[in-house]
Structures are given as structure tokens and as C-alpha cells.
Design a binder for this molecule. Structure first.
Ligand SMILES: *Cc1c(COP(=O)(O)O)cnc(C)c1O
Length: 450
């Protein structure tokens, strides 16, 4: 197909409906059209270079165009790109399942593949529901949290709690019991993420589970409500949820799609809480940001409830065309090897500390209302007036305007509303972190003081 720069830009606006994008604005302003990448850098079709400060939407880990990851795909490609796993198997999918179990919290030893984070959650929801059915119990309600985000398919939206994204579909969603967002609840009622707040919230959960005998599972993101604007939980909160769900015999689904694969400083955030949930959902960083792949990990106990004679029809009637895709599994396996070979997590610890030090500088800026961090994930919240806690009007798109300024200076960002998100590839170097911080600080400082 023949194209030049101008036709490319025109066709992008004419034919391509972009996700989470107001296309009227996109057609007026356009976006960056990327052409290639190397390490933490991306280049657009005009040859302009950017630092990929959001890891291409939170999934790149070891940089773009990584020789070892490239080679894993090339080697697999010479054998076969895709074979079905519905009742048959393939080598990389078997090896990856084995390896994931080795590095996951003790007790998670069954792996179910899919392609995206939303599917991994959707699968956990269906499995949990089906688990009780197979055991002859009629349970149908999930306990969820306000401000949660688990993806955009209808089941994942049902257990989500971001009104702006999810409110429209209210009538299509199944029943849930919603607890408050831990971060917002603690800030409002306790002023901080304290142990007392954590205990207070856990008491609420305990009351709910005592009152209702039809709860399938408690569903939560791990460590932080990322998509809501990087809202961390109080330390120990998830451990408390694990204890209470165990006490009441309710399942616990933990969504590590954003936090998995090193983002919080450990391979999975669950490790920091010392817990094993009944389900752990992984996606994003699993292939190092190369190909779409997700997994739902679960326990022998859940798995066993689906075993039976064929005629009993107890099995999990769920699968996707590309479930356990050979290329995706091959690159995921290589990504885990790179974690060991390049000592990714060991090298990350000082970078997290460096990020923490530099993030403090944002408090000096007039329009910064809050700065939040969990490991290597950070959010800087912009406000119109800090004293009054007054946000910018939604229509002003302040976060987006600040991001655009950063693009001009060679830093690629995408905010969550007015929260500037930093989710840099784990391999980024200290001086590159400094460049990102300096550019972002400069862009925020340019917002006029009213
Ligand atoms: C991104 C995300 C999802 C959805 O993953 P997709 O691959 O976009 O479907 C689910 N849960 C969390 C916590 C996420 O950050």
C-alpha cells in the first residue's frame, strides 16, 4: 500500500476510531504517529524523539526493540505463530505457565490464558461464580470498591467504580456491593492512609460479609487504584482483606494487571502484603510490552471444583481464539529471563528512591494538589486552587494540555484526567528520569497562576 506523510495523517483521522479519545478533538489536533522505538525512546514519522514515560500505556518493561525479546519472537516465528490451546497445547504456553507459577505467591498453581487485562478479570469473575455453582451454592454478588478499574468489557465494568467511564452502562451491569475507595475514604475521614483507617474499612467489609451469605468474591486492584489517578491503599489493607475473606469463606480476586512485573518494586505487589489471593490477574507488562497476553492464576482448590466426568458438564466453558498464543508466550518467557539476566528489580530499588526524592519537588508548584507514589508508579494531581482543593473544569483538559507541552520537549505522557502519570519503563536510567521530571515540572510551572 502506497502512502506518504500527509495521506497517513489524513487516513488516521478519517478511518481510525481511537480508544478513550474524543475524536472531534483528535481530528482537529491530531496525535503522535509513532514509527519506531529503541530502549526508552520512541520516534515519530517526522523523526522526532520522545522518552516513553508511560511505558506505552504501562506495559513496556525492558525497553523497545530489545534484542533478546526480538529474538524470542523471531525464533518462535520460524516454528509457528499460532496454534489453538482448546484441547491441545504448545511448548511456550506450557513453559510460561510453569515459570509464572514459580514466581507467583505460594499456592497459585493454575494458569488460564487470555489476551488483555479486562479478559483476565472477566475470567476470574466467571470462574469464581462458576466455582460456587459447581459446589452447589447459589452465590451471585461481588464486593467491589469505588474508583476501581478492571478493564472495559461488561463484566469488568460491573466491578469497576469510575463513574465517568462506567456510569453510562449502569443498566447493563450486574449487582455488586460497593465499598468506598480506600485512598479517598482515608483522606476524607482520617486525613491520611493510617492503620486506623485501614481497620475501619476492614470492619465495614467484615459487616458486609457477615450480613450477606451470597457473596462470590471480593474484587480489588493490587496496592493502588491506578486508573482512578494513582490512589494507593494503606499498607496492610490487602492483608486484612485476605484474613476477612478467609474467615467468611469468600474468594478474593486481585487485579495485578497494572502492578505486576515489577512496577511496585517487587515482581507482584501481593508479595509486599505477604498474601496469596484465590485469583491473581496479570496482563500489561507480562510480555515486556510486546504482544497482547494476560493470565488468570488460581489455586488447586478452585481448579478442582471444575473436575468431573465429561457428562457432568462442570468444565469452564470459556476460551478465546488466541488463548495461549505461541508468539506471545514465547516473548513473555523471554521477558522473565531478562528480569533475571539484567537484574531488573535489583537495579530498580535506587531508581524508586530517586523518583521519590524528585517527586517532592512538585509540591513547590502552585497548581499541584497532590503527589502520590507506589514503587515506580506515580501520579501528580493538578488543581486550579490548592487551598480550596478546587479542580480545573473538565472541559479545560488541563492534564492533556500539560502533556502536549511535554511532547514538544520530547517526553511522551498521557494523563488520567488532571493527574499526570509517570509509569516509566523499569530500565530507564537516572539521567533519563531527571529529564522526564524536569520537562514535566517546566510544563506544569507554565500553567498561569490565576
Ligand atoms: C489496564 C488495566 C486493566 C485492563 O487491561 P486491558 O489490557 O486494557 O484490558 C485491568 N485492570 C487494571 C488494574 C489495569 O490497570
Amino acid at each position: 500500500m502506497k502512502w506518504d506523510r500527509e495521506t497517513l495523517i489524513r487516513w488516521d483521522k478519517e478511518n481510525f476510531w481511537h480508544p478513550f479519545t474524543q475524536m472531534k478533538v483528535y481530528r482537529e489536533e491530531g496525535g503522535i504517529i509513532f514509527e519506531r522505538g529503541e530502549g526508552v525512546y520512541l520516534w515519530d514519522i517526522d523523526g522526532k524523539r520522545y522518552i516513553d514515560a508511560i511505558s506505552s500505556l504501562w506495559c513496556n518493561v525492558h525497553g523497545h526493540n530489545h534484542p533478546k525479546l526480538n529474538k524470542a519472537i523471531e525464533d518462535q516465528l520460524k516454528k509457528v505463530a499460532h496454534t489453538t490451546t482448546l484441547g491441545s497445547s504448545n511448548i511456550p504456553a506450557i513453559l510460561l505457565a510453569r515459570r509464572l507459577i514459580e514466581i507467583s505467591p505460594e499456592g497459585l498453581n493454575k494458569v488460564f490464558y487470555s489476551e488483555d487485562g479486562a479478559e483476565a478479570v472477566e475470567i476470574a469473575l466467571k470462574m469464581a461464580y462458576h466455582y460456587w455453582r459447581n459446589r452447589g451454592e447459589d452465590r451471585k454478588v461481588f464486593v467491589t470498591f469505588s474508583e476501581a478499574y478492571h478493564g472495559d468489557t461488561i463484566g469488568a465494568v460491573s466491578v469497576g467504580g469510575i463513574d465517568l467511564f462506567h456510569g453510562t452502562y449502569r443498566d447493563l451491569l450486574f449487582e455488586t456491593i460497593k465499598l468506598p475507595s480506600p485512598y479517598l475514604y482515608c483522606k476524607e475521614n482520617f486525613g491520611e492512609l493510617s492503620q486506623t483507617c485501614s481497620e475501619d474499612l476492614l470492619m465495614k467489609l467484615d459487616e458486609v460479609l457477615r450480613a450477606r451469605r451470597d457473596v462470590v468474591a471480593v474484587v480489588m486492584e493490587s496496592g493502588i487504584q491506578a486508573a482512578a489517578g494513582m490512589l494507593p491503599y494503606p499498607k496492610g489493607f490487602m492483608k486484612g482483606v485476605r484474613e476477612i475473606t478467609k474467615k467468611h469463606g469468600v474468594l478474593m480476586i486481585v487485579d495485578e494487571v497494572a502492578t505486576g512485573f515489577g512496577r511496585t518494586g517487587t515482581m507482584f505487589y501481593c508479595e509486599q502484603e505477604g498474601i496469596t489471593p484465590d485469583f491473581m490477574c496479570l496482563g500489561k507488562g507480562i510480555t515486556g510490552g510486546y504482544l497482547p497476553l494476560a493470565v488468570t492464576l488460581t489455586t488447586d482448590r478452585v481448579f478442582s471444583a471444575f473436575l468431573g466426568e465429561f457428562g457432568e458438564a462442570k468444565h469452564f466453558y470459556h476460551g478465546h481464539t488466541y488463548t495461549g498464543n505461541n508468539l506471545a508466550c514465547a516473548v513473555a518467557l523471554a521477558n522473565l529471563e531478562v528480569f533475571d539476566e539484567e537484574k531488573t528489580l535489583e537495579k530498580l530499588t535506587p531508581k524508586i528512591e530517586h523518583l521519590n526524592r524528585r517527586l517532592k519537588e512538585f509540591w513547590d508548584l502552585e497548581h499541584v494538589g497532590d503527589v502520590r507514589q507506589l514503587g515506580f508508579m506515580a501520579g501528580i494531581e493538578l488543581v486550579k486552587n490548592r487551598e480550596k482543593g478546587e479542580p480545573f473544569p473538565y472541559g479545560e483538559r488541563m492534564g492533556f494540555r500539560v502533556a502536549r507541552k511535554c511532547w514538544e520537549k520530547g517526553v511522551f505522557l498521557r494523563p488520567l484526567g488532571d493527574v499526570m502519570v509517570l509509569m516509566m519503563p523499569l530500565v530507564i536510567e537516572k539521567d533519563q528520569i531527571d529529564e522526564v521530571i524536569d520537562v514535566l515540572k517546566g510544563a506544569i510551572a507554565e500553567i498561569p497562576v490565576l
